[in-house]
Ligand binder design. Structure first.
Ligand code: IPM
Ligand code: MN
Length: 354
């Protein structure tokens, strides 16, 4: 008998529910084929619930969600809600309260997918960003003084603790070893300017190295990383970086791997409950039209199964997605795939079950 997993499902806003529906359909198919099962509980956290009840997230949410084995999130962000309220009140709050200290974002160009990078193909674009997910500029430290006056002062501090930095770096070293591709870990920082924060990062990075003799260490400033991600993406295997830089470079990463339609990520607490999501937003203008690309959510569900230990299912889903991107889809863009959202989900299922 295979294992049973309890999954908390947070479809969220906009096109979130449509892509999550397709991801769950693919998980259903994987269950039959690989002999595991899931119990799912749905949560309605998001913009609509907030507009109806005035509550962004109940205080009990984290405790409730942490009872599950994993979480699958669609998207957070609503056109009628002021930017920041839902993002900070739901997504960031859950990342923090569930201590999901890693944001894992693979940047992989699948065969058949267009990249804006000239002369680059799947053999050049295949790396993973390990983004610290609970500290840095996202910690919310700082404040505003004399607001609205000519003497206003706004301070936003980057918080970097030895514990937080070290656990992120350790995860990145372990991940690089487990991945076993080029065994190369690149620290992305800004040691020439942010001489406090990245001094700590660099020292911890170098100190941990003795525990990982098989891993080659590399360092690059964040601005140079942006340049090389475009010019020489094949140089990268695993990149580790802080929260803010990780946020920025993974949007660049998403573009070189074919766009938001395919980019998936995991908010990981290796000792707790992790939450997987397509990294694109809620795409309000496509909501309810059945035209959004569900592949990012499907890839997120594959990452979730991998984290749960259903590695064979995860690998098979990724293979099925690759088959669909290389053989079927016209484009990964919403409305231009040549198929509807539902049909793309069906294609992946059919391929998986072949
Ligand atoms: C992401 C998003 C979030 C972030 C926003 C929505 C708060 O951009 O997951 O990358 O900045 O982390
Ligand atoms: Mn982002």
């Amino acid at each position: 008998m295979g294992k049973t997993y309890n999954i908390g499902v947070l479809p969220g806003d906009g096109t979130g529910p449509e892509v999550v529906r397709e991801a769950l359909k693919v998980i259903d198919a994987a269950e039959g084929k690989f002999g595991f099962s899931t119990n799912r509980e749905h949560y309605d956290f998001g913009g609509d619930r907030y507009l109806q009840t005035g509550e962004v997230l109940p205080d009990s949410a984290s405790a409730e969600l942490s009872k599950h084995d994993a979480l699958l999130l669609g998207a957070i962000g609503h056109p009628d809600v002021k930017p920041g309220i839902l993002e900070k009140g739901i997504l960031l709050r859950l990342r923090f309260e569930l201590d999901q200290y890693i944001n894992l974002r693979p940047v992989k160009l699948f065969p058949g997918v267009d990249t804006p990078l000239k002369d680059k193909g799947p053999e050049h674009i295949d790396f993973v960003v390990v983004r610290e997910n609970t500290e840095g500029l996202y910690a919310g430290a700082g404040g505003i003084l004399r607001k609205g006056t000519p003497h206003e002062v706004a301070v936003q501090e980057s918080i970097n603790t030895r514990m937080g930095v070290e656990r992120c770096l350790r995860y990145a070293y372990e991940y690089t070893k487990k991945r076993g591709k080029d065994n190369k870990l690149t620290l992305c920082g800004k040691t020439n300017v942010l001489t406090y924060a990245f001094d700590l990062w660099e020292r911890a990075f170098n100190e941990l190295a003795s525990e990982y003799p098989t891993i080659e260490r590399d360092y690059a400033h964040v601005d140079a990383i942006c340049m090389w991600m475009v010019k020489n993406p094949e140089w990268f295997d695993v990149i580790v970086t802080d929260n803010m830089f990780g946020d920025i470079i993974t949007d660049l990463g998403a573009m070189i791997q074919g766009g938001m339609g395919i980019a998936a990520g995991g908010n990981i607490n290796p000792e707790g409950v992790s939450m997987f999501e397509p990294i694109g937003g809620s795409a309000p203008k496509y909501t309810g039209m059945n035209v959004i690309n569900p592949l990012a959510a499907i890839c997120a569900s594959a990452m979730m199964l991998d984290e749960l230990g259903e590695t064979k299912a995860a690998v098979a889903i990724e293979k099925a997605v690759i088959e669909i991107t290389s053989q079927k889809l016209d484009s990964l863009a919403a409305g231009r795939m040549g198929y509807s959202t539902t049909e793309v989900g069906d294609l992946v299922v059919a391929q998986l079950l072949k």
